[in-house]
Every structure is written in C-alpha cells, then in structure tokens.
Design a protein around this ligand. Structure first.
Ligand SMILES: O=C(O)CCC(=O)C(=O)O
Ligand SMILES: [Fe+3]
Length: 736
C-alpha cells in the first residue's frame, strides 16, 4: 500500500518546500522499498525560527517556518501512527510462544516481544525523523500548539504579506480555539469585509482533529429540529469518530518518549521491575487521559463529562424516535455496559422486551463490539492503574464517571466518600450563599439622568445587583433605532433574518455599532441614527456605573442591536425559550449549580444591560431564575426606553421566553472593568467620524445634564493605544 501524507497537497498549494515524501509499508518496516527524500526536522525548532523571523519582521521567512512547523508536527503524528500500525505484527511470534509448550520460558518470550516491537519502532521512526526530531518537545511548545498560537502569528504574518485569504484562514483557525479573544474577533470582522477574502477562507485548518465536535453539534441541531433519522445518523458517526480519535490519541502515548516519574527516574534506587512498572503505569495513564483529551472542545479547559456515554444516550433516543428499534436496543445495551444498573436504561430495555415479544437477545441487538472492547480494555487499564496508585504511590486521575466501584480500591473509595460529603456540604452552603455576588457592584446608587426612574430594584426583582430603569429613551428615539434595525436588515450582508441561534421558531438579526456606521457611510441608513446607537451605549454606561456604584471604571465591551422575530405558523405548542437560561460570564451547569468561568463564556463581562425598544409582540419576557435554571425569581416585560441592568455573574441566570408573534428588538450591552477588553469597534467608529471631521460628543449627551460631563471624563480615560498580545511568545500581535 503506497502511503502519502495528506498534507502533501498542502505543501503544493502553499508552494512550500516539500519536507518529506515517503512511502511506508509497501513491505514490512525495514523493507528496502522505503524511499526517503529528507527527514522530519524538530518542529519546535522550526517554530522558534518562525517566531524569531516574525519579530525580525522577515515576513516571508516567518510564514515559511511557521507553516513548516505546523506541517512537520502533523507529519510526525502521522509517522508515529503509521509506524505503530506497521509494528503491530512485530513480535507476534514471541506472543505465540507465550502460549506454546515452550511456555516455561514465558518471561523471556515476553521480553522478546518487547524487544521486537522496540526494534521495529526504532527503525521505522528513524527512517522518517531526524534524531533531534524524535525528542519530546517542551511543555511550553505543547502549550503553544495546544492553544493554536502558531495561527495567531500566521494571521499577522500573512496580513503583512498581503495574503488576505490565508490571513483570514489563520485568524479563523485561531479564533475557534480562542473564542474570547476580542482582537481576533475584530480582525475576523474586518477580513469579512475585505475585498479578495471569500467565505472559503473561514475554514478551520485544524478541523481534521475536531471532526467529532462538528458531528456532535450537527447531531444536536438535527435533534432540535426533530429530524430523528439524520440525528441518529450523525450520533452514530460521532460515536465512531470519537472512538477513532481516542485510538489515535492512545497511539501517540506509545510513540512519544515517556518520562519516568521524577522520583523513579534514572537515579532512583528502584530495581528493574519497579522501573518497568512505573514506565508501564505512565503509558497506561497517558492512554486513559485520551478520554479527557478527546472530550475537551477546542478553546475549553475542562472535558465534557461522560462524553461517550452521553452520545450513546442521544443515539438511543434518536434511533427510537426514528423507528429503528433494533438499533435502539443495541445502543441501549452498549450504554448499559457503562452503567449496568441504571434504572432508566433497564426500564427501557424491559419495555423493548415486552413490546418486541421478548426478542431483545437476537444478534443485531447485542452491544456494539467496539464498545465491548473499549470497556473491557479500559477496565483492565484502570485496575492496573489503581493498583499502581495504591501500591506504588503512582498518581492517577480517573477520567471517567462510569468506573465501577469494585475497580477502585477500598481505601480510595473511603477517601472519595469523605470528599463527596465535604463537597455536598459545600454545595449546601453554596445554595444558602447563592445570593452573594463577588463582582464588587453595590446596587442602590443615584441615576444621573433627567426623566429616568427606578421601576424595580433588588427587592422587587428578588435578587442581587439587578435593576429596571424606565425613561432611558424617548418614543422617538426608540422609533429611530427600530428603523435602523429594519434598514440594516434589508441591507442584508449578514444581517438578514437568519434562524435564531437559540430556537428554530424565530429568526434573529444583529447589528453592531461599527456596522451601523459603515452602513451610514454607504448611505444605507441615517448617519444620525447610527450615532444615536453609539451614544446609547455611553448613556447606559453612565447610568449603570452610577447605580451599581462601580468600584472601578467601566468599559463597553460589546454592543448588539438584536431583533427576534416569531416565525408565523411555527408557534403551535412551543415549549422552548427565545433565549435559554444562561449566565453571561460563565457556563452554567444547572445540575450541580456550578458556573464555570471559562471560554467560550465571555468571562471578562462584568455588567449586563438590555435596553428595550418596543412592546408590540407576544411573549419575549426577560426572566431571572435560580441556578437550577428552572425556578423563576423575577420577570420583566420589555417596553420602549426600559433598561434592565444586572451583574453578569452567577447570581443572575436569565433567559427570554418565547416570542410567539411579532418582532422584539433590544439593544444588548455588556461592560467590563478591564480596559483590555473594551470594544475596539467603538473606537474605530469614533475614528471614522473623526476622519469625517465630526465630533464624537453629541448634543444628546449635553441634554443629559450631569451625565455629559461624566461621559466626557470617561472618554478621556478611554485608552487610545492598541492593546498588545499577552504572555509567553504571543506578544506583539497587533489588531489590524
Ligand atoms: O434580550 C434579552 O432580554 C436578554 C438577552 C440576553 O440575555 C443575552 O443576549 O445574553
Ligand atoms: Fe444574557
């Protein structure tokens, strides 16, 4: 079988020097047909050389070296996978002998097997990778590649080289794994508007390694639209892809240089067997950690719990709803391998048994063989690892929730029980303290604008740091912004009514300040309306800064004019929300009542505000709930000029009830205490006006009495310099 790495075409497309072209496995490894043009260099070396060129502003060299580092890393993984596959057969003879009459020498045959494999791998890898390229890279480099930082450098590099399509592609690839990176978000917006950049540019270059997430999201989408046949199909492919990715990850454990734990290293007093045990435990632990690795979305820190069993659960329901009963029984049986005493699954199985006349045992309904193998292999690994943990002080964190109790040593179970109790107590305490907000805001300050009244405070809204103000806009102003939304929607260009990201029963339009300014420049909307949109952000900022007695400066971090439209004829029996309950700056987990402050949540948002524009629609109330995302604690009915403000943290889970007829428009605003996360687009809009010779301070603000001065002061504090990249070798990557 001839084998060429897929990236071969990439080399050609990017016109780079071909690093390696090889033909593995047309004979056994070591066979003479191997044709080596050149060996893979260490990719960390290439990366550093790219970064050096970047800082030296040698853009062509930077692009070449950075691309080479990415491709070389990918090639290295491929070589390892291929060598692993080629070496499976090596030592098989020794394995047979373990079972044979010469079995009394089993320990020597076992060693023979180890040696045969080692020799095969060493030879195979050595044919494709330089000795330096075989060394483990530092954890810094692992971090750089793990966070996709090479693409961060590449986007600026290609921009400087005026290769905009590639720059956009690098920006997009970086942003997928760094969704809270504001500068990159702004850059992407700019690329979208640049001539010569087509939609194809916004393709994730690392998608090959993330296919299971694409399938996962697609399956969820099909479920949401009740397309069960497609959903089942997608879940099935997702399960297979997850298994495949796990396999690939496990292979890397065998092929990467494993380090012995520090105290068991070269100089330890451990004998040969202890060292061998330590090494094999490292290998097993690495393989087990693949479960978490595969279950972690790009850009996220924590793995999704119970990733594979969750997929099986969804697949089971989708198959059932699609009428594929034997498929459903098979999946249910697979799921039961993870949780053999799960009551719901057992009840369902009984139900199938009853309705199928007892025929749940036939061939087609046995658990999938891959899952049977997956479970038994994993269980055996866990047994060995727990043994190592108990007897050799080997540290092992089990990535699974389904591990049966009897696999875990009793002593450990006791410690866990104690920890669980402590945790339960903490959760209980947490429930009582749920209302404590650590944002530093303290509701109850004055509202410095004529005509604005406090309609609902913490007490009426049943919570902490929440407020409803009325009279923030006049009817005329509401009409102008509504008109702006309508004009922008008909101007199209990405703001035409798309299906809402939250519900299939509504369409959704969004407009940012900068977009409005550009539309005004193109004569599509009124210049003065675009300016009003900009000014409203500042008006709200001043009001809430004062009412919440903010301990520090507040910066607008994002402004979004949003309209939600009920899709007529598609509202019957609707049970969903227009916007599901969420917390604005963390990922709410209603079951545990935890809120994870990590991307893709917008973790830098400190204060949220919604300024409503109309009330001529049905539904669309803003609701606040407890952390269970169910118990409603307060409701707010939108109307023109009504402003809701609340601290963005876990004290304020909220959502929007279904908009069942009409169009609901509002201006959503988020504020941050950190200058770094201020909205750069506003500054760009201001710069555009300045270039047009228009003043940014508007008469409207002056009418606002005290607030105008506050607004001006705030603006004079607003930073003008562009923020710089932070940390490690990321510094210096400018916004465009
Ligand atoms: O429109 C609303 O009332 C709330 C919207 C919201 O919570 C959000 O966009 O995060
Ligand atoms: Fe929200």
């Amino acid at each position: 079988m001839a084998w060429l790495p897929d990236h071969f075409t990439v080399y050609v497309a990017f016109n780079f020097i071909i690093l390696a072209s090889f033909n593995v496995a047309s004979t056994a490894p070591g066979g003479s047909s191997a044709h080596v043009l050149s060996l893979l260099q260490p990719y960390d070396f290439l990366y550093y050389s790219g970064v050096r060129a970047y800082f030296g502003q040698e853009w062509a060299k930077a692009a070449e070296q950075l691309e080479k580092s990415i491709v070389t890393k990918e090639s290295l993984l491929r070589v390892r996978r291929q060598c692993h596959a080629d070496c499976v057969a090596a030592g098989r003879e020794a394995l047979y002998k373990l079972d044979s009459e010469e079995g009394s020498l089993w320990d020597l045959w076992a060693l023979d097997w180890v040696q045969q494999k080692a020799e095969c791998m060493r030879f195979c890898i050595g044919r494709h990778v330089t000795p330096a390229g075989q060394l483990a890279v530092s954890s810094d480099i692992e971090y750089e590649f793990g966070t996709r930082n090479p693409y961060n450098f590449l986007q600026v590099t290609y921009y400087k080289l005026e290769k905009l399509q590639r720059a956009a592609s690098a920006a997009h690839t970086y942003f997928v794994a760094n969704p809270s990176h504001l500068e990159m978000r702004n850059n992407i917006e700019k690329y979208r508007r640049m001539e010569g950049v087509t939609e194809e540019a916004f393709h994730d270059r690392e998608i090959e390694n993330e296919k299971h997430w694409v399938l996962y999201d697609a399956a969820v989408q099909y479920e949401a639209s009740s397309d069960w046949v497609q959903a089942a199909e997608k879940w099935k492919t997702c399960v297979n892809e997850t298994l495949r990715q796990t396999e690939e990850c496990r292979v890397q454990c065998e092929m990467t240089p494993q380090r012995l734990p520090e105290d068991r290293g070269v100089d330890s007093v451990d004998g040969v067997f202890e060292k061998a045990a330590a090494l094999s435990l490292s290998l097993l632990s690495c393989r087990q950690s693949c479960v978490s690795q595969v279950a972690t979305r790009p850009g996220r820190i924590s793995a999704q719990e119970d990733y594979l069993p969750t997929q099986l659960e969804h697949l089971h329901i989708a198959q059932f709803k699609a009428g594929d009963i034997s498929g459903a029984v098979q999946t249910l049986r697979s799921l039961l391998l993870f949780y053999p005493s799960d009551k719901d699954s057992l009840d369902n199985l009984q139900l199938y048994y009853d309705t199928l006349g007892g025929d749940t045992e036939s061939q087609g309904t046995q658990p999938a063989q891959e899952i049977v193998r997956y479970i038994s292999r994993s269980l055996q690994e866990k047994k060995l690892l727990y043994f190592g943990r108990e007897n050799f002080d080997f540290s092992f964190t089990d990535p699974d929730l389904w591990t049966p109790e009897d696999v875990v040593p009793e002593s450990l179970r006791e410690t866990w029980r104690a920890e669980k109790e402590k945790m339960n107590e903490k959760i209980k305490e947490g429930e009582q303290q749920e209302e404590v907000d650590d944002s530093g805001f303290f509701a109850g300050g004055p509202v410095p604008r004529k005509g604005v009244t406090i309609t609902m405070d913490d007490e009426i809204l049943n919570g902490t740091n929440r407020v409803v103000l009325d009279g923030v806009m006049t009817e005329k102003e509401c009409d102008r912004i509504l008109q702006l939304a309508t004009a922008a929607a008909s101007a199209g260009d990405g703001y035409r009514g798309r299906r809402s990201p939250h519900t299939p029963h509504e369409t959704f339009e969004g407009l940012t300040v900068l977009r409005a300014v550009k539309l005004a420049q193109d004569g599509m909307v009124n210049q003065s309306d675009a300016r009003l949109l900009h000014e409203l952000g500042e008006r709200v900022r001043v009001l809430l800064h004062s009412y919440f007695r903010s301990p520090s400066g507040l910066f607008i971090s994002f402004t979004h004019l949003v309209c939600r439209n009920a899709i007529a004829g598609d509202q019957e029996g609707r049970l969903d929300l227009s916007h599901p309950v969420h917390v604005d700056n963390c990922l709410l987990e209603p079951d545990t009542k935890q809120c994870w402050k990590e991307p893709p949540a917008f973790i830098h948002r400190d204060l949220s505000a919604i300024l409503y524009l109309n009330d001529n629609f049905d539904g669309g109330e803003l609701i606040f709930t407890n952390r269970d995302a169910k118990t409603v604690t307060a409701r707010v009915k939108p109307s023109c000029g009504r402003l809701v403000g609340f601290s963005s943290g876990p004290v304020n889970p909220h959502g929007v009830t279904a908009v069942t007829s009409g169009r609901r428009c509002s201006l959503a605003l988020w504020f941050t205490k950190q200058k770094l996360y201020r909205d750069m687009e506003r500054e760009e809009a201001e710069a555009l006006w300045a270039a047009d010779g228009q003043s940014v301070v508007k008469k409207d603000e002056e009418e606002a009495g005290g607030s105008a001065t506050a607004a001006r002061n705030a603006r004079s504090q607003a930073p003008q310099e562009k923020s710089r990249g932070r940390g490690r070798v990321t510094g210096g990557k400018d916004e465009l």
